[in-house]
Structures are given as C-alpha cells and as structure tokens.
Write a protein that binds this ligand. Structure first.
Ligand SMILES: *[C@@H]1O[C@H](CO)[C@@H](O)[C@H](O)[C@H]1NC(C)=O
Ligand SMILES: *[C@@H]1O[C@H](CO)[C@@H](O)[C@H](O)[C@H]1NC(C)=O
Length: 823
C-alpha cells in the first residue's frame, strides 16, 4: 500500500503546466487527506502492529519451545518412586564399574571410595592402576562372586601378584549402614615371591557438600577419616593392616570437582622417601598435606584423602566404613566377624546360584559352575549409578543442549571400554539380571524409562557426569532425537511379566501401571518417526546418505553398526529387523494393556498385522536369494579406492589422502541380498509360523558352514557375502561383518528352543540345531575364558578366539542363560 501511494504522488508532482501555488495547495490538501486517511487507518495500523508484535513474541516462544522440546520430560508419573536411602539395602554398592574397585552410594553426589595401586619396581615407569583399562594388560580381573546386595569378591591378577578385593555390607541404621572392604595382596602361586613392595592407595573423595577430616597417627600414618555429609550423617573410615613391615604415607588434597582427575592428583604428589636402612631402596610415597591451593586461600576445602600402605606381599588391608547411626549392639565388621559374615553371604550366594540356574543339576562340572558364577557376578557387580545430563540435539538446535539432570542405574557392557549405559545392550543385560534379582531389573528398567522425553524418545548412549564424559571422544557424546535403538527393554520386560504370570516373580501391578504409559509413548515414537514409505514398513533413521568414505553407510541406530544395508540410504528403504522389533513391541504392549485393563486393541491389531507372514513376504522376502532381506536403493558394485590427486609440486611429498568409495554401477531399488543376522530377525523374534516352509529354509541355511555356521556359534554375516570381513573405510575394520556376537546367538538358541517345542514339520530339525548351537557357544566361551581370563566383545569366526574389548561381561554374559537353558 505505502509504496503505491508514493509513486502516485511522484507522478502528480511531476505533471507539467501547474503553477507553484497550485502545486502547494494541492500538496497541502493532499497532506490533509493523508492525515485523515492516517487517522481513519490508525486502529487498523495499531491492530496490525499488535498482531505483528504478538506473532513475533509467539514466534520467539514457539522457537524456544521447539528448541527445548527435546529436553522436556514425558508428562507421566515416573516409574522410580524411591531413591537413595528409601532403599537402604541397595544404598551402598560397587556402583563404579569403571574403576578396579570402589564403593559409592546411589545418590547424585555421593561420597566415593576407591583403590589405586602400583609396584615399587619402577624400572620403566610408575604404573598406577585406577580406571579399568585393557592396556594395563592385567592377566585377569573381575568379580568371582557378587550378589548385587551384600557382598562381592574379586581377583585382580598382575604378572607377579594377585590382589583380592572383597567387601561385606550391613544395611542397618538410618544411613544405609556399614561396610568393610578387605584387600589382600599375595604373590602369584607360580611366582612364589614378589621382589618389590606393592603400594595400595585407598582413597575417599567428596563430590559435593560435606567434610572429611584426617586423623593422623605418628608420622605419615593416617589412622582414620572422620566425616559428615547430609547423605551419610556422621561416619568414620578406619584402616587396619596386617604386615608389621608396612610403610605408611598419606595425602590430603583438593581434587578438581567432578572427581575425574583423581589419578592425576595423586601423581602430582609423590616423593621419594629414604629408608633408615642403608641397604633398602627409597620408597615412593605420598607427600602428606598438599601445598597446592586450587581455590582461594583458606577457602580451599579438602575433598580427597588417600591412605597409602607399602609392603611386600602377602599382606592385607581392611577398610572399615562405620556410620554413627549404627545401633550399638553391632561389633565392628573386622577380623573374625568379617570372615564369618563373608562366609555366610558366600554360602547364600552359592545356594541361590544353584536354585536359580541349576547348573549342578544339569551336570556341569564344578569348575564350569565357578566360571558361570564369575560371569553372572560380573554382570551384577558392574552395575553403575550415574548422575548427570546427556548432550542432545534436535533439528531445531543449532548447538547441542543439555538434557535434564537425572540418575541412571544401569549395567554396563564393559568395565574397561564402555563403562556407561547403552540402551539396546541393557535389554539383553536384564534377561540375565532379572533371573538373579527381578527387583534390581525393575529398578534398572524404571531408570531408563524415566529418561524418556515428551516425544517418547530415549537417548541411546548415556554419558552422565564428568568421569563418564572424560572417557568418550567428543564426536560420540551428542545424542540426536531422530535416532532410535532397538527397543530391547521390552524383551526384558516381557521375560519378567511372563514369569509374573507363572508366579516365579512376585506380581507387581503398580510397577506395570507406571511403566505402561511410557511404553505407549515409546511405541508411538517408533511407529511414527521410524515408519517407512509403504504401510507396515519401517526404516532406521540416522544413516548418512552423503558419505564418501564408507563402503556401506553405517546404521549405528540399529545396533549392528556396519552390517551391510542399502548402499544408498533413501526414503524407499525398509529394514526387516526394525519391523520385527516393532512386532515384538506391539505384542508386549497388547499383552500388558489387556492385563492392566488399558486400551490394547490397537496394539493387538498392529501385532497381528506385523506378524502376518504373507504380508511380511511381500515386503521382505527376496525371491532371488530366498532369504528375508532389507529393501532399498542399492548396488553391490562399490569399492574403496585411492582418489586421483594432482601430482605434487617438485620437491614436495604426496599428501596422505583417505580412500573414497567408488560406485561402479547405478544403484537400483532392490532387496539387499546379504545373508546374516538381519535376515534372521523373523526367526529370532519368532514371527515365522512353525509350519511355514521358509522356516525350513532358514534352518537349513543356518547349518551351512559356507554361510553362518561355525563351531563357535553363528557368524554375523555369511562367508559368501561381498561384505564379509570387509573394512568399511580405510581405517574402520569389520565389526558386524563376520564376527560371532553373543546377543544374537542367544536369540538364535532361544528361537530354536521355541520351534523345537512346537509341533510342525521342522520341529526335529530345530531340536537338533538347538543342541548343537548351544553346545558350540558354551564350549567356546568357557574355553576362551580359561585361555584368556576374560569374556570378550565378540568371537572370531575362524578360530573362536575372543576379540574386540575385554572384559565384556555385558551381553556375552548371556552364556549363563544358555547353560541354564533359561529363555
Ligand atoms: C612371574 O613374574 C614375572 C615378572 O617378575 C613375569 O614376567 C612372569 O610372567 C610371571 N610368571 C607367571 C607364571 O605369571
Ligand atoms: C502404527 O502405525 C500404523 C501406520 O501409521 C497405524 O496403522 C497403526 O495403528 C499404529 N499402531 C499403533 C498401535 O498405534
């Protein structure tokens, strides 16, 4: 409007033949009409301005809302209603899986205690052990027994000596009670003497409010620590050691907040102490009170106290944590009293282990049962309690933002390499944990489900707190809300509910009622955000369609990272594994919904639809390879090549460039004919009907050594696949392209067990394979444990050797369920 009026005015004033006064009059008149016009229009303009302002404000609010939406919690009651001291028996525990030994409480800013050690033999350098680290090269470490509640016992095996860490708890009194840790150091049986003294460093650190004050005996010896925090009330930590030849040192210091630099703080405070005896070499010991002031003068508060003892093994150190709230009639948990309590818990553990897993009854040997106990104990003993906020990002955030601060009680895949929560691992973990202690499992599932945002999304990798963050490369920290991860929590939940039905687990409708709305939101999130183009099809998001260096773009979200999928990610893609996970999810929701009297018909209908074998075939059965497959824009004709670059200028060297992918043929829409774990999902999740001839085909293919079958379990990708054992980039070795993974093998054995129990033409075949596959897996995993001291991330398909990271007592620990035949 304004623009038109001005041009009109320009036109009129440029008209020739008008006198000056005429023009002025005209202009004045014009001004008046303009003014009138303006006055007439005033309400409109006002209205318009207000509207614009409102829109702007609304827009800003909306912008802020959508930016923050990713970190808004789901509006539904939390599953976890009791925290910290409301569950006193689980207050203290070995909830620091990332360190070799340490105890803390299940509270956000717990007092933490832990162990470091080193040999005074420092010909190379001082090897201070603290965080579990596979490069430390320990022969073996891990829990031998751990009941997840009262006690644990662990061996840590160095070349020359063995450290045994045990602890026993007594959960009485107001503040979660007392505990004692007994740490013994002895020579390896094969190395009858240790030539150099070994130093043990037991520390206490505060990550928040509270005080800890050292009590000193003579000289450098710390006799005890007195302390008080709001979480623990008043307490005392005291030390007793057996060797008379012990040397004592200590440190009081201020460690940087977050407690992720405790080792560095210790390393900065060593000195050489000369011996009284001339012949003795000096001892490396802590200097006592740190002079370093990290804060401002007197404000610096001691938050870190270390007790160091140094002696020739064998010797023993007892650390007593005593709460002032402990009733008087309890004697200190030390010496014989400790030994008796420890023995009592050990006996209970062994009796319960047999009751739950019945391995003696199944004629396993004593030594095999001990391994199984160690494997199960490592799962239970690696439970962690983390607190903090993930970094998350949605399409509306330019930069990653913080999720809300929350606790996570979870098991971890690997104490050395992955000491934090992983969503899809956790479902597998809880198949085992829930057999041992369904209460613990329910708490774990509850904590994970409480991390769900308003969209129904749960971040897949949980890196909470500074200690966790300091162990993860920056590029992996941010979690994107477009990306899912298999809903395996439902697998665990299904198992628990099934046993509630059988009366094996106490029915807990309150828990299920709290879980249900969250599962509904979770299901909807998948059903909406991961849906495919065709009805009944689904597609993992998060694949990189613009990749240049990857032979086949990874699908991290599916959990099976580099398993070959469509070479060119597109909207036409459909992923068979995700479709099967959705069928499972719909089944569990329908079942729970009906049980709880909630609307369940839609889930039942979706389940029926997704398990319809004919429909499944139209979307996913590849007539060419006669296997279930993904579908998408694909060509097999890809390879990694060195890019052509101009020759270097004279006197300069050729720059290093990575190989890039060359696509030698236009991709077409087709099935992705690579046989492996993904092809097996309709079988894994028991969607194929027992009389379906495709089941027969799958069972025959399974047993074929040229495809997946090995003497150690099923390999992830057929030997005949072009991607078998191929690097994905020049630097990315194959991961899910041939190696044997135990979670998928567990699903295979479980499915074989299922089909062997249902009448049908393939029942006997399933029965036979069941026996063979189960035996192969158990034999190899136990053999490798004996040979290497560890469970492994995956196993080599040619040699059966453990590979990847270790110890990996995450889903590889499912071997205990295979031994026990619990599915
Ligand atoms: C005994 O200790 C030495 C180091 O002092 C080590 O090299 C060797 O491997 C140990 N022997 C055994 C059987 O562990
Ligand atoms: C899942 O999505 C499909 C397709 O949009 C829909 O037909 C189905 O009802 C949904 N299932 C549930 C349980 O909401």
């Amino acid at each position: 409007m304004a623009k038109q009026r001005r041009s009109h005015q320009e036109n009129s004033s440029s008209q020739s033949g008008l006198s000056k006064s005429q023009t002025i009059n005209k202009l004045q008149r014009k001004k008046q009409t303009d003014k009138k016009l303006w006055i007439n229009k005033f309400p409109y303009i006002l209205f318009f301005s207000i509207l614009v302002a409102l829109c702007a404000v609304g827009f800003i609010y909306y912008q802020r809302y959508i930016e923050n939406r990713v970190r808004m919690p789901l509006t539904a009651p939390k599953v976890i209603t009791k925290n910290g001291l409301e569950i006193p028996e689980r207050y203290w525990g070995s909830y620091r899986p990332g360190v070799y030994f340490g105890l803390k409480t299940r509270s956000p800013h717990s007092l933490v205690t832990g162990l470091m050690w080193f040999s005074q033999n420092i010909k190379d350098n001082l090897k201070l052990r603290h965080w579990c680290n596979q490069w430390d090269g320990l022969k073996k470490y891990g829990w031998l027994q751990h009941d997840g509640l009262n006690f644990g016992e662990q061996d840590i095996v160095e070349d020359e000596y063995i450290i045994t860490t045990t602890f026993v708890k007594r959960s009485v009194g107001e503040f979660g009670g007392d505990w004692t840790a007994r740490i013994t150091v002895k020579p390896q049986p094969s190395n009858s003497t240790v030539q150099f003294p070994i130093s043990l460093l037991f520390y206490t650190a505060l990550d928040g409010e509270g005080v800890i004050i050292p009590s000193l005996l003579s000289g450098n010896q710390l006799s005890a620590i007195q302390g008080e925090t709001s979480d623990l009330g008043k307490f005392k930590i005291s030390f007793e050691s057996t060797s008379s030849l012990t040397k004592y040192h200590f440190l009081t210091a201020t460690a940087p907040p977050g407690l992720h630099e405790l080792k560095e703080t210790v390393m900065q405070h060593f000195a050489l102490f000369k011996s009284d005896k001339k012949s003795e070499p000096p001892t490396i010991g802590l200097i006592g009170h740190s002079q370093k002031q990290t804060g401002m003068g007197a404000e610096t508060k001691i938050n870190f106290i270390v007790h160091q003892i140094t002696a020739l093994p064998p010797y023993e150190l007892e650390v007593l944590f005593q709460s002032a709230s402990m009733p008087n009639q309890f004697n200190s948990l030390k010496g014989n009293i400790y030994t008796t309590e420890h023995k009592k818990h050990k006996d209970n553990f062994e009796a319960k282990f047999e009751r739950v897993f019945q391995l003696s009854a199944k004629k396993f040997l004593k030594e095999e049962i001990q391994i199984a106990q160690a494997v199960m104990s490592n799962m239970i003993g690696s439970l962690g309690y983390f607190y903090g906020a993930s970094m998350v990002q949605s399409q509306h955030n330019k930069e990653p933002i913080q999720y809300w601060e929350a606790p996570l009680f979870t098991a971890v895949p690997s104490r050395s390499f992955f000491p934090r929560g992983f969503l899809w691992d956790e479902g597998f973990h809880n198949l085992l944990i829930s057999r041992w202690d369904a209460k613990i499992s329910k708490e774990i599932l509850g904590h994970w489900l409480d991390l769900m945002n308003v969209e129904g999304w749960i971040p897949r990798e949980q890196i909470l707190g500074l200690e966790a963050q300091s162990r993860v490369p920056a590029e992996f920290i941010v979690q994107k809300n477009t990306n899912g991860n298999p809903p395996t929590l439902l697998l665990a939940l299904e198992s628990i509910v099934r046993r509630m039905e059988l009366g094996e687990v106490e029915e807990d409708l309150e828990f299920l009622r709290r879980v249900y709305p969250r599962l509904q939101a979770y299901f909807d999130w998948f059903n909406i955000t991961q849906e495919g183009k065709l009805p009944g099809s689904y597609r993992w998001r998060g694949r990189d369609a613009l990749t240049e260096k990857e032979l086949n773009p990874k699908t991290l979200t599916s959990g099976l990272d580099d398993y070959p999928r469509a070479s060119h990610p597109s909207h036409d893609e459909r992923h068979i594994d995700l479709r099967c996970w959705m069928a499972l999810a719909a089944k569990v929701l329908a079942f729970l919904g009906e049980k709880l009297g909630k609307p369940w018909h839609a889930f039942a209908a979706t389940h029926k639809y997704l398990t319809d074998n004919e429909l499944l075939d139209t979307l996913h059965w590849s007539p060419l390879s006669q296997t279930y497959s993904d579908f998408g824009l694909h060509t097999d004709k890809v390879k990694l090549v060195k890019p052509k670059i101009p020759p270097p200028a004279p006197g300069q060297s050729t720059p290093k460039v990575d190989k890039v992918r060359a696509v030698l043929e236009e991709p077409t829409l087709r099935f992705i004919d690579h046989f492996g774990y993904v092809s097996l999902f309709p079988f894994f999740l028991q969607i194929i009907r027992p009389e379906n001839p495709k089941l027969g085909k799958i069972l025959t293919d399974l047993r074929d050594p040229n495809l997946l079958w090995t003497n150690y379990g099923l390999r992830s990708l057929a030997k005949s696949s072009l991607f078998y054992m191929k690097y994905n980039t020049e630097h990315d070795p194959p991961y899910w392209r041939g190696s044997i993974w135990i979670n998928m093998n567990y699903l295979a054995v479980r499915a074989l067990n299922y089909y062997s129990k249902l009448p049908g033409p393939y029942q006997d075949q399933a029965q036979e394979l069941y026996g063979e596959l189960r035996k192969n897996l158990i034999n190899n995993i136990l053999k490798e444990f004996r040979r290497t001291g560890y469970l492994w991330e995956n196993y080599n398909d040619k040699t059966g050797h453990g590979q990847g990271c270790h110890p990996f007592t995450g889903w590889s620990a499912l071997v205990v369920l295979l031994m026990a035949e619990l599915y």
